[in-house]
Design a protein. Sequence first.
Length: 91
Amino acid sequence: MSLKSRLNNIEKRAGHGDDVTVVHFRTIYENASGGVDAVSRRALIVRPNNASECVLGRDDETEDQFRARVDRISTFQEANEQSERIKDDRG
């Protein structure tokens, strides 16, 4: 077994594979009467190279919209869309 394949095996066992990991956090703040005052949504995206980013929920988006946005960001779709918009603006 080569050194490179050994390193790959160790990284996979340590959780540093080729997959993107997304962890969602949802915090519900209750008021005194037991109703919901606010909901805080966050997602942590960890990439294979251990780079990470935190995505915050917006007040004007639903849970489904937030999860869809996180999914786009985690698959680089949103970054590619922004790049295309910049190219279009430049002509």
